[in-house]
Design a protein. Structure first.
Length: 191
């Protein structure tokens, strides 16, 4: 097959997950290669360490990495992969989307745990324009998810959406290993 001008092969194009979704790669289906026998996930370095994000469409804009987890080894809400926010407030992921000033949009996303013995009271904070939503999740470390959404008003032609974990977490059996809530199915739709 001939690649006609695209830099990315057909299988690596950044997908729009649902019709009308303004977020690119909102399901995190396109990301770094995961080895089939490598069950720890892939740490994605922050923008300061790696200017070109290994997660197309997204900016890892924190001091610490986020973890790319796959469906084969972890519990993800839908699709093949998700992002685990492993370093509390120091682990943030963002995307800048095109919006129309003063127009209303609905931001939806799913949070949960990766079924990796990460336990405790989790909270994901989501930001869009001037609005914020804090979504709590009580994790037993056995998988499970919940969906959240909120309406925001765009204030410019570009709007940054950002997600981070409000708390720090460690695994139940290994207090030295950081973990956190899983983020998936991010979408922004015009209201």
């Amino acid at each position: 097959m001939v690649n006609k001008g695209d830099n990315l092969p057909r299988s690596r194009r950044i997908p729009f997950t649902r019709w009308g979704n303004l977020v690119k790669n909102g399901g995190f289906e396109v990301g770094p290669h995961t080895f089939k026998n490598f069950s720890t996930g892939v740490l994605l370095p922050p923008k300061k360490s790696d200017v070109i994000s290994p997660l197309p469409g997204w900016i890892i804009e924190s001091l610490k990495p986020v973890k790319y987890v796959d469906k084969k080894h972890f519990s993800v809400p839908s699709g093949l992969a998700a992002i685990e926010l492993v370093a509390g407030r120091e682990s943030a992921i963002a995307q800048v989307i095109r919006t129309v000033p003063n127009k209303f949009y609905n931001l939806t996303f799913t949070i949960g745990d990766a079924k990796n013995a990460c336990h405790g009271s989790m909270m994901v904070e989501a930001f869009a324009a001037k609005d914020t939503l804090k979504v709590p999740y009580e994790s037993q470390g056995k998988g499970g998810f919940k969906t959240a959404s909120f309406k925001f008003q765009a204030i410019s032609t570009r709007t940054r959406i950002t997600f981070f974990s409000a708390y720090y977490h460690t695994k139940l059996q290994d207090f030295g290993q950081m973990c956190g809530p899983v983020l998936d199915d991010v979408g922004v739709f015009s209201v």
